[in-house]
Design a protein around this ligand. Structure first.
Ligand SMILES: [Zn+2]
Length: 103
């Protein structure tokens, strides 16, 4: 009997993540659940569209990218992009001169 939990503890949870995401996607698809964020139905025919299904770890970045043991949150691509924008560092254009920043 090989210890099946060994690879999970190795810190490489990508395979686990993909499995969890697939399970979540299947559940949403089968039940016809909409995006919990915006309430619009997922576009299963066009996964790359704004209503395509995505699953993300809300705290993946905060915990240093640890993928294991985190609950996946389903949302459409559009909502995911919006959420991601709040997590990603905001890059402000530094092309304006100092004295030109009118409030
Ligand atoms: Zn959405």
């Amino acid at each position: 009997m090989a210890s099946s939990t060994q690879h999970i503890r190795s810190g490489r949870g990508h395979r686990t993540y993909r499995r969890q995401r697939d399970i979540l996607a299947n559940r949403y698809r089968r039940n016809g659940w909409p995006c919990p964020e915006c309430g619009r139905p997922f576009d299963w025919a066009n996964p790359q569209s704004a209503q395509g299904f995505t699953a993300d770890h809300p705290r993946a970045l905060a915990t240093g990218g640890k993928l294991i043991g985190q609950q996946l949150v389903a949302m459409c691509r559009g909502c995911n992009a919006r959420k991601g924008a709040t997590v990603m560092p905001v890059i402000t254009p530094a092309t304006l001169p100092e004295g030109d920043q009118t409030p």
